[in-house]
Design a protein around this ligand. Structure first.
Ligand code: PGA
Length: 268
């Protein structure tokens, strides 16, 4: 059964950060800071080594924080040294798997094709793929549009409408990752509206509405609110600004407030 997430959906990938003991210190603090907050769906994507530890902590503390991994292999098992499969992640309690992050493409040769295999593996086992996509360089709008149109088509090749309602998109232009400033809100608004439109064209309006579209790339405490109030932004995907538990908790709070203002009015 495909799970729908209460929006906004705000999450973080720790990338290659935090040992298991550091992970526990972080989570205890985050959990403490988020107690009582139910407005925002929150997820964390620790490194593989910390997944079981984190899952145990979240279970024992009856936390609402959800768990996912930063990568997975496309096959269920086999001779793939150093890789981790979706069934392994599922058994640990992951419900998300991040796929196609720009760093995976840049450093590890991930392509649209291998990402597509991984997306289909995640869906086959009922995990929600968080599919990163985005242009590499700052370009004029027609180029951005044609790039994303092609990339989305390749990533979702052979994914039918029913399965597509189980995916999450994360618009992460490479030029806005790990830098000082996020992509400008006007650009993010255009891209998110276009992605929604592309989903409607490929599938239908119901699928387009069901798929959460997150923005990621240099999100921080200063820009979270202006990004979160954009009409088609369903959540935020955060790197550096979430490596500290207090900062991430504050980001979750800001996102929730901005989302409520957008939905129910009031000063933005
Ligand atoms: P950043 O990372 O927030 O540190 O830019 C974002 C990402 O890579 O998803």
């Amino acid at each position: 059964m495909i799970k729908t997430y209460r929006l906004p959906l705000v999450g973080t990938s720790w990338k290659m950060n935090k040992t298991n003991s550091e992970a526990l210190v972080y989570l205890e603090r985050l959990q403490q800071r988020l107690t009582g907050q139910s407005r925002v769906s929150v997820f964390v994507l620790p490194p593989f080594t910390a997944l079981a530890e984190v899952q145990g902590f979240l279970r024992d503390s009856q936390s609402n924080i959800m768990l996912g991994s930063q990568n997975a292999h496309w096959d269920d098992a086999g001779a793939f040294t150093g890789e981790v499969s979706v069934p392994m992640l599922k058994e640990i309690g992951c419900e998300f798997v991040e796929i196609n992050h720009q760093e995976r493409r840049h450093w590890f040769g991930e392509t649209d094709e291998t990402a597509n295999w991984k997306i289909r593996a995640a869906l086959r086992h009922g995990l929600a793929p968080i599919i990163c996509l985005g242009e590499e360089n700052r370009e004029a709008w027609p180029e951005v549009e044609s790039f994303l149109r092609k990339q989305l088509a390749r990533l979702l090749q052979d994914v039918d409408g029913a399965a597509a309602t189980g995916v999450i998109l994360a618009y992460e232009p490479r030029w806005a990752i790990g830098v000082a400033e996020a992509a400008p809100p006007s650009h993010v608004a255009l891209v998110h509206a276009m992605l929604r439109q592309l989903l409607a064209e490929k599938y239908n309006a119901a699928v387009a509405k069901a798929v959460p579209i997150l923005y990621g790339g240099s999100v921080n405490l200063q820009n979270a609110s202006e990004l979160m109030v954009l009409p088609e932004v369903d959540g935020l995907f955060v790197g550096r600004a979430a490596l500290d538990a207090d900062s991430f908790a504050r980001l979750v709070e800001i996102s929730g407030e901005a989302y409520v203002r957008r939905r129910f009015g009031g000063p933005v």
